[in-house]
Design a protein. Structure first.
Ligand code: FCB
Length: 457
């Protein structure tokens, strides 16, 4: 087992330790104080979409337990908290009236963080699109990007003064491809044309959001959080290597190239460009505005082979076998070196700003026994990935912080409540929170920061 103190010595003194959550996954109170449904409310209420037909009506009841949850965060010794703002609380119909009571909640949240000396890292969009916007096509409609811009401006005008950083989007890969091509996430669409429209309008919304945020608060560090994929060919054949390149463009390039280079990847455009929605003059420049930071969410590598089926749709890949036999309870391969390779590859391909690991963690479902949750494999997972992060810093990569996913067990999207990622256990019957073994270890580590060994700039 990696000792917290030994690991701490390998990290710079100003490295930020935090915990992360997202609004729909923890808040509950789905009908309180003027909130209206999001696409995740309707999706989870539909049979066959979410495991056990679980939904977000109660979740961790965080909306009603804000103060005690902020105390919990404080008790974990972390310097920062990453949370998301629920658009359906702020502008419940997507466009139209602003709901002051919804904003009040986040006002109290950021005040509560400041009062406890904890940095606030806000995400503006973690997948809970106001359902009313589906009437216009949701993310497949250009108008949604403008609705998002207004929402972003509204939030920053009210709470931006107390934020330490803001992200426009969390994991557009999920809301675009999982939501519109693979049908696994809301709105559950399985259609390439819809997905391509969602892709461009999400990218556009990111750019419009950056503008909106800066127009309100020029000094607030703005970024985007991407679940970049660490992609490996399933074999050394030329076919599989080419498949891995296509997969890179499709899973990473379509987000990184627009944001960091102002263009879509060539190979992707050659195959699917004719099916993209209209890209208007100025769109790419809007999307490519320089960012202050970016967030990486990493869990598991992606291994691909070339799909031999003659009409296979681009990127024409199939899943290849894991190399590590270690898997978490959600079935994801555990392979920490892929995190290092990913950061190196991305920095070689793009001029990236400084990076926070905005999510990393593992699903293990053990419960409370005699008041204790012994989740040693989660502790090991986090320690191994932090060790890789320390190696990256030693090589000169600007890794500035790490947020454990998640503060506590929560609504794990299509898997409902059965998959647990928390470093704190939640008993959904009683809402009792129990800090797991990994949480105690994380606290020991986090408490040592910030410390006095800052390297001179
Ligand atoms: C990421 C999501 C986060 C959580 C983790 C396990 O894709 O951003 O909300 O569900 O996976």
């Amino acid at each position: 087992m990696i000792e917290a103190r030994k690991l701490a010595e390998r990290l710079p003194g100003d490295f930020v330790f935090g915990v992360a959550t997202a609004s729909f996954q923890i808040e509950g109170a789905s009908k309180a104080d003027g909130r209206k449904p999001s696409i995740w409310d309707s999706f989870s209420n539909m049979p066959g979409r979410v495991f056990g037909r679980h939904n977000g009506d109660v979740a961790c009841d965080h909306y009603n337990r804000l103060e005690q949850d902020l105390d919990l965060i404080k008790s974990l010794g972390v310097e920062a908290y990453r949370f998301s703002v629920a658009w359906p609380r702020i502008i419940p119909e997507g466009t139209g009236p602003v709901n002051e009571r919804g904003i009040d909640f986040y006002d109290r949240l950021v005040d509560g963080l400041k009062a406890r000396g904890i940095k606030a890292f806000a995400t503006l969009y973690h997948w809970d699109l106001p359902l009313a916007l589906m009437g216009d096509g949701g993310w497949t409609a250009r108008t949604t990007a403008y609705a998002y811009q207004r929402y972003a401006k509204t939030v920053i005008a009210r709470i931006g003064d107390r934020l330490d950083a803001v992200a426009t989007f969390n994991e557009p890969w999920c809301s675009v491809w999982l939501g519109h091509l693979y049908g696994v996430h809301a709105p559950g669409e399985r259609n390439m044309d819809a997905a391509l429209a969602a892709l461009h309008f999400t990218n556009l919304a990111h750019g419009l959001g950056v503008e909106a945020i800066r127009s309100e608060r020029a000094d607030l560090p703005v970024g985007i959080v991407i679940n970049a994929h660490s992609i490996y060919p399933g074999s050394t054949t030329a076919e599989d290597k080419a498949a891995a390149e296509r997969a890179f463009d499709f899973h990473n390039g379509v987000f990184f190239d627009p944001v960091f280079k102002g263009e879509y990847p060539e190979g992707f455009l050659a195959e699917l460009g004719s099916r993209m929605p209209q890209i208007e003059d100025g769109d790419m420049a809007t999307i490519a505005q320089p960012l202050d930071w970016w967030g990486l969410n990493y869990y598991t590598p992606m291994r691909v082979s070339s799909d031999p089926t003659p009409d296979a749709e681009y990127p024409a890949t199939t899943n290849a076998k894991p190399v590590s036999s270690a898997k978490t309870d959600i079935g994801w391969e555990v392979y920490a070196p892929a995190l290092g390779a990913l950061v190196e590859t991305l920095n070689a391909r793009y001029a990236l700003p400084e990076c926070y690991i905005t999510e990393n963690g593992a699903c293990y479902n053990m419960g409370v026994e005699n008041g204790i949750v012994d989740d040693q494999p989660r502790l090991d997972y986090i320690a191994d990935h932090l060790s890789v992060t320390a190696d990256l810093i030693a090589k000169g990569y600007p890794m500035r912080g790490y947020f454990a996913w998640s503060l506590m067990d929560n609504f794990e999207w299509a898997e409902g409540y059965r998959m647990r990622f928390g470093i704190v256990h939640v008993d959904y019957e009683t809402q009792v929170r129990t800090i797991k073994k990994s949480g105690h270890w994380y606290k020991e580590l986090a408490e040592q920061f910030p410390k006095g060994n800052h390297k001179a700039a």
